[in-house]
Every structure is written in C-alpha cells, then in structure tokens.
Design a protein around this ligand. Structure first.
Ligand code: AMP
Length: 559
C-alpha cells in the first residue's frame, strides 16, 4: 500500500469525503489525532459535542473538517453557514487559516472578525458572502446588531476555548449570540477545563452531546526513571533555531526528532543539515527502499539525527538512541509516553526534550499528569552558553592532545617564537587557531525567552508579546484588567495609572497587551500585589477597573 492510500485510510475510516482526504494527504497529515478519531464520526452524524481538549491536540481540524464536510453543496448565498466563536484575535486568525487550508478544494469562504480591525473591510466581505465566520464574541454581536452578520442560515456553532471566553467576560455575549441562532443548529463546545459556569451553559445550549475528554487518560505510564525530561518554551518562529541550539549543547549520539507532518519533516531536515547536522528524513511518503537507506545511514553512523513522523517511526528500533525530541507537543499524552519509551532502555540514560509553543503549555500539564513525572522547563541556550560550550570543546581537545599526542615536532615552532613572544601569548594564539578550526560560524542571534504561562520554575523572564519592548528582568507576572480597547484604553493610560498609583516607574513595566475588553500588563512579581491594589483604587478612562493576576499566572494554580 502506498503512503497516500495509507494516510487516506486513517481519515477515510472516519467518513470524510475524498476532497478533504486529498487536502489532508497534501498537508502531510499521516493519521488522525485521538481527538479527531473520537470526534469526527459523531460530528459528521450531526451530533452536538462537548470536547475537553487543549491546544496542540488537533482540535481545530476535529471541528473544522466536519463543519466543512457538512456544508450544503448549494452554498453561494451571502449568509454564513457556520459560526465559530473564539476568545482572541490571534485564535480567530489561526482558526480562519485552518478553515481556509482544509476547505481549499471545496472553495470554502471564511472570514475572521475581531475587534481592533477596521470594521469597513469586514462589512464589505460579509456583504459579498462568506460560509464560515470566526469571531470574537464582542465584535460578532456588533455585527449582529448592525444587521451585517445574519445568523438565519447558521447550522453549526463552535465555541472554541470556551473557558477562556468566560474568563474574559464573554459569557453573556455568547448566550446572546446563541439565542439568535436556529434551534436545530449543531453545537460544539471545546474547552481545556470545565468550570461549573461553563457546564451550566453547556447544559442549556447543547443537546445530548457526545463527550470527548482528552488529557484524562487512565493508562499508566511506563516507568522510565532513566529518562531526563525537559521542555523549552519557544515561539513558533524561533523553533528551528532553538532546536539547533539545544542539539549543539546536548550533542546527542543519536536522536529522533518527531514532527507532525511530512512537510514539517522535510523542511526541518533541510534546516538542520544546513546548520551542519547530519539529519535524515523519514515519513510516510518514502518507498521501502528509501526507508532502508535512511535506516542504514543511521545505524552505520553516517547520520545521527532522524527526523520523522509518528507513523513512519512506528516499529523502528534504534539501538543506540540517546535522545527523543518532540519538535511539537504530541497530540496526546499517550503518544508522548510511547515516544519516550524508545530511550532509557537497558539501564542507559535517555533524554526526552519537548519544544512547546506558549499556547501549548496545558498539554504539557496533561503529559505530566499521565507520566506522573515533572518536565523541567529549561532556558533555550543563549549565545553566551554556546560560546562557553564551544570553548569547552576546544579545551577538551587540547587536553587530549597534550596527553596522547607526540608534540615534539612542533617544539621548533614554539622555540622560534619565544625570542619575541611570551609563551603564554604563543599558547593563546595557538588555542585561537585550534578553536577556529573546529568551530564553524556561530549563530549570533538571541532567541527571545518566553515566560511559562503556568508561572512555575525559576526561569521566568519577560514575555515579548505586546506593544512595548519588555523592560523587566527576573520574575514577572501579568496583571489582568477588565478594561481594554473598547473602553478607550491605550498603553500610556496603563503606564500612567500604574506609575501614578504605585512605587513602580514606567521602566519597571514590561509588555502591555490591549485586547477589546481587557488588558494584560507585565510587572515584576514582587510588585504585583501592590500594583493590583493600586489599580483597584484608581480610575482609568473614568472607569474603576477590576484587576487581578492573569489566570494562568495566579499562584494557586487551577488544575
Ligand atoms: P490544534 O490543536 O488544533 O491547535 O492543532 C495543532 C497542530 O497540529 C496544528 O498545527 C495542525 O495543523 C496540526 N495537526 C492537526 N491535525 C493533525 C494530524 N492529524 N496530523 C498532523 N498534524 C496535525
């Protein structure tokens, strides 16, 4: 069976149409993720769904594919057929892109609408007609009230990251929007957690939903005490560089790097080889011959990195593997356990490394729950770390040479130079040449550190998001205020209020993020309580704000 058929089979069994199967094969998706496997058949059958799943599980495709598959063939009117509500502008864009990608062959028209974007363009596109609207609740209501967004034909509503929407004060908006849709609609609700208030909304709004829960796996993790587990939080754009650094510092004897798709495998292999690693790609698109050649190179030591998808790596046994690297957080905690089971065998120490995008931190928590082991969050090696590491390599090489080599033939060179130079200086010049000869170019760009949203561990540094460059150092916390762009709040209002009411100066304040209805301000952890207290006593744009720690940074962590 060739690879394309194999891929199609996994998704085809779920009942998806050939047009969608083709798109998925083109994207290099080799098999459905667990949430896709569980949710898609019921959604295709028209059931409502209550899904407890975090980002990184493949939940977007789990709802987008059935929404697209169920769209009426005679579309073309101007009213949307599906409405997806999301908490943030960032997610609105991301989900729209996903619909666009999956709906390509079927010509699905999708529009993200969120506050902060000029409304004129949105009105224009809405008038021309769209099939799927992905909106933040506030802006969706705006359009509904203006009559520019008509929900009469909406047959599917998706609430994505519903707990975050509640957290941002959108509960009433959501219910108001749902109240304007047809009774016989299909409703899907996805949320990483299920607080009581959300449960009540779900009970009112969903009809006999199928429940899909991920991250509550009962399977016991294999006990592999010899595996050191670390995670690095990095923005997507910096992942290739960050991986290169981590590999430089770890220098694995042999490693397998897991990617999500075929395209990602190919791209990353090329990048790594460009950086001087010896990487081989392994994915479902290779013939048996090609696979054999790859494995031969790896076993023979001609390559030390295997970049692979889960499907392609299944059943492989690589004797001398020292590192398993997850280029992305795996879509299910079991997949993680399965992957890391490849190292730490037969009494040898193994290392499992996971690159985590900031939004994916919750997935990491469910992995920790399943494995009952902590994943230590490490800092991406800095340029200074890399330099230190390279100097150490040079020092070790010199030491070895001093111990084992016969250096007598070079004595004449040193002696010839001692007339004019100090022996120490001669040694320094020799070390420099040796260092440069083994070194290669070192990448001088720093990779911005990102605070772990859970806020644990000692390595928190300022977050780069927001409108201002971060100024804070050391431990920081984000303070949540319930006033945002709609209340006319600008960064300088927040800086003014904080600097005016607390002991902090503008320089102590880090990144500021202003959304439609709330803002996040980064401040030093040690001053967070003082800032919150001060903000509660003040008014901003004539309103008294509610201020608290951002939910994910609050010390008594929610589970
Ligand atoms: P999500 O959890 O929806 O944010 O998806 C996480 C990432 O996984 C996205 O980049 C998707 O493109 C990717 N993805 C979703 N489903 C699959 C799949 N079956 N195989 C490979 N990648 C996938």
């Amino acid at each position: 069976m060739n690879a394309t058929n194999a891929e199609a089979a996994g998704f085809a069994e779920l009942g998806l149409a050939p047009e969608l199967l083709r798109v998925l094969a083109d994207l290099g998706y080799e098999e459905p993720t667990p949430i896709q496997r569980e949710a898609i058949p019921s959604l295709l059958a028209g059931r409502d769904l209550l899904g407890q799943a975090a980002t990184g599980t493949g939940k977007t495709a789990a709802f987008a594919l059935p929404v697209i598959a169920r769209m009426p063939a005679d579309r073309g009117g101007s009213n949307p057929d599906a409405l997806v509500l999301v908490p943030t502008r960032e997610l609105a864009v991301q989900v729209s892109q996903a619909f666009h990608r999956y709906g390509r062959e079927l010509g699905v028209r999708v529009l993200p609408i969120y506050g902060g974007q000029p409304i004129g363009r949105q009105l224009q596109v809405l008038r021309r007609g769209v099939d799927v609207v992905v909106a933040t609740p506030g802006r969706a209501l705006d359009h509904i009230d203006r009559g520019s967004l008509r929900l009469d034909d909406v047959s599917t509503v998706v609430l994505d990251e519903a707990d975050e929407m509640l957290d941002m004060g959108f509960a009433e908006d959501i219910e108001a929007i749902l109240g304007r849709t047809r009774e016989d609609r299909q409703t899907m609700l996805f949320s990483a957690t299920m607080p009581a208030r959300l449960d009540r909304i779900a009970r009112r709004q969903l009809r006999d939903p199928v429940r899909v829960e991920l991250g509550r796996e009962s399977a016991a993790a294999e006990d592999s005490p010899l595996v050191r587990q670390s995670g690095y939080i990095v923005a997507r754009a910096h992942k290739p560089d960050a991986l290169g650094r981590v590999l430089d510092v770890e220098s694995p004897e042999a490693a397998i790097v897991f990617c999500r798709t075929r395209a990602e495998v190919e791209e990353l292999t090329e990048t790594l080889n460009g950086r001087g690693h010896r990487a081989e790609a392994l994915h479902g698109g290779l013939s048996q011959d090609q696979r054999d050649r790859v494995m031969k190179r790896l076993r023979g030591g001609a390559a030390d990195l295997l970049v692979a998808t889960d499907v392609a790596a299944r059943g492989l046994d690589i004797e001398h593997l020292t590192h398993v690297i997850n280029y992305n957080v795996p879509a299910a905690a079991e997949a993680y356990v399965h992957r890391i089971g490849r190292v730490g065998r037969a009494g040898r120490e193994g290392v499992a490394i996971t690159l985590v995008e900031p939004r994916e931190h919750r997935m990491l928590k469910s992995i920790e729950r399943l494995t009952k082991r902590r994943i230590t969050i490490e800092k991406v090696p800095t340029v200074t770390d890399l330099r230190a590491r390279r100097l150490e390599t040079t020092r070790a090489a010199l030491q070895e040479s001093l111990v084992v080599d016969d250096l007598d033939q070079f004595r004449v060179v040193v002696e010839a130079l001692t007339d004019e130079f100090d022996v120490m200086d001669i040694a320094l010049a020799a070390v420099k040449l040796a260092h440069e000869a083994t070194g290669g170019d070192i990448d001088e760009r720093e990779i911005p550190a990102i605070a772990e949203p859970g806020g644990r561990g000692p390595r928190r540094e300022s977050d780069r998001r927001g409108d201002r460059p971060p100024r804070t150092e050391g431990e920081t916390t984000r303070v949540f205020l319930n006033l945002g762009r709609e209340a006319g709040v600008r960064p300088k209002d927040l800086v003014g209020a904080i600097a005016g009411e607390s002991r902090l100066s503008g320089r102590d304040i880090g990144a500021i993020e202003i959304a439609d209805r709330f803002s996040l301000v980064e401040v030093p952890e040690s001053s967070a309580d003082e800032v919150i207290e001060a903000l509660r006593q003040t008014t901003i744009k004539g309103k008294r704000p509610t201020a608290r720690r951002e939910r994910y940074s609050a010390p008594p962590r929610r589970s």
